[in-house]
Design a protein around this ligand. Structure first.
Ligand SMILES: NC(=O)c1ccc[n+]([C@@H]2O[C@H](COP(=O)([O-])OP(=O)(O)OC[C@H]3O[C@@H](n4cnc5c(N)ncnc54)[C@H](O)[C@@H]3O)[C@@H](O)[C@H]2O)c1
Length: 390
């Protein structure tokens, strides 16, 4: 019987506390929560067997943990992650991997320097969602035929002014490094690249503080162009209610629409391109069949990713979301921002250093003051569970 891994969580805010509670409630096996780290007033009530730290470096070098789960605000992900990897810990990163591509690369370099003998995973919990898992199986198996076009409207990330006023780090260039693309959409952008690969060009049409008193983007329309000529749009906002979450995939074998609880597939009996080449009439279309694939639930989400992390360390399980893949969603978000600032289309791979410099300038020169409600610095668990949707 393999020993449990000794995990330390750094950052006991909304997400860190939720992960801690899942472990305390016995929802994950093979993990002992040995240590937690936050600023003094951020620490939870002390539990037996759980050492409390207020300095993450001390927790990393304490010898009390084998693995760390990094649940701090985005700008700290790089330094804490690199430090932990260098110390020989297994690392689970909260999303996004880092604020910008250059920091992601620093994390990946630190991981490569370990000889890849540690587990380096990311909390892309939406990869466990059967809506996307089933869609991926259909695309990867060739069942859908070649994908020709993609539209994803995910505008149900509605957030209030109150949300942005909570927690000083949110929705500033310095504290978060972006808005909806860096906070809510890493999940969707990760799924986008997981399902369809990386485009070669990104154009971003963004509005900054359109719906809220914030300096970063809360409304985004992204256009992706792929090397095979495929075009895609990705639309998101935190200001539209009720919003939609509708992913439309146009493939040779017809159109698949993924919405809450169902994948609807209007399936071409013959692939569109073959039909076009062989038809003997100008206005005919392939015969179609309408298929409804009911989807039950949203999968294991955070618990499944944490369990997978433990299983990868203890039993060599394949990772659901390797952290090195986290660079892609960050690059898509960075490229969209750079495109909006410059008014140009961005070719990928983008210039990561140039982006880091521009973002740094924005952070350092910002004079924007957003509303700040420090009194209610932590959302209630119910509010958080609702807003987290996953
Ligand atoms: N996977 C998901 O579904 C999901 C959902 C929400 C948030 N997140 C991510 O989780 C991370 C944290 O978000 P949150 O909403 O919990 O933020 P939060 O502000 O509620 O909590 C952050 C905590 O980190 C602590 N902290 C900051 N710097 C620290 C340091 N150097 N050392 C120790 N503690 C430090 C703060 O005191 C605070 O308690 C972010 O990366 C966020 O994007 C992921």
């Amino acid at each position: 019987m393999k020993e449990n891994i000794r995990l330390g969580i750094v950052g006991l805010g909304n997400m860190g506390r939720a992960h801690r509670q899942n472990i305390i409630d016995g929802k994950v096996t093979g993990i002992d929560l040995s240590a937690v780290c936050d600023i003094p007033k951020g620490l939870p009530d002390q539990r037996d067997g759980e050492t409390q730290f207020t300095d993450v470096g001390a927790m990393i070098s304490s010898g009390e943990i084998d693995a760390i789960h990094i649940c701090t605000p985005h700008p700290s992900h790089r330094d804490i992650g690199v430090q932990a990897l260098k110390a020989g810990l297994h690392v689970l990163m909260e999303k996004p991997l880092a604020v910008h591509k250059s920091d992601c690369q620093a994390l990946i370099d630190a991981y490569e320097a370990t000889g890849r003998d540690k587990i380096f995973a990311a909390m892309f919990n939406q990869r466990t969602d059967p809506h996307y898992k089933i869609l991926k199986e259909k695309i990867d198996s060739g069942e859908t035929g070649k994908v020709r076009r993609i539209h994803w409207s995910v505008t149900d990330w509605f957030r209030t002014e109150y949300y942005y006023a909570l927690g000083g780090w949110r929705a500033t260039w310095k504290g978060e490094g972006g808005g909806v693309l860096l906070n809510q959409c890493p999940h969707n952008l990760d799924l986008f690249q997981w399902l369809f690969g990386m485009p070669e060009q990104v154009t971003g049409f963004l509005n900054f503080g359109r719906y809220h008193q914030i300096e970063v983007e809360d409304d985004a329309t992204l256009y992706f162009r792929y090397p095979d000529g495929k075009n895609a749009t990705f639309i998101t906002s935190t200001g539209e209610a009720p919003g939609v979450n509708r992913l439309e995939v146009i493939a040779e074998r017809g159109t698949l629409t993924v919405e809450e609880g169902v994948i609807r597939w209007v399936r071409n009996e013959t692939e569109a391109a073959i039909f076009s080449e062989t038809a003997e009439s100008g206005f005919t279309k392939p015969e179609t069949t309408e298929i409804e694939i009911p989807i039950d639930g949203r999968g294991g989400q955070h618990i499944e990713i944490l369990q997978n992390f433990a299983d990868a360390i203890r039993n060599g399980a394949a990772l659901i979301s390797p952290a090195i893949e986290g660079i892609h969603s960050v690059e898509l978000a960075n490229a969209a921002l750079l495109s909006a600032w410059s008014g140009a289309t961005i070719n990928l791979p983008m210039d990561a250093e140039k982006y880091a410099d521009i973002l740094n300038d924005k952070a350092e020169s910002s004079t924007f003051r957003k509303k700040d409600i420090q009194a209610a610095a932590t959302a209630s668990p119910e509010d958080f569970a609702k807003s987290n949707k996953t």
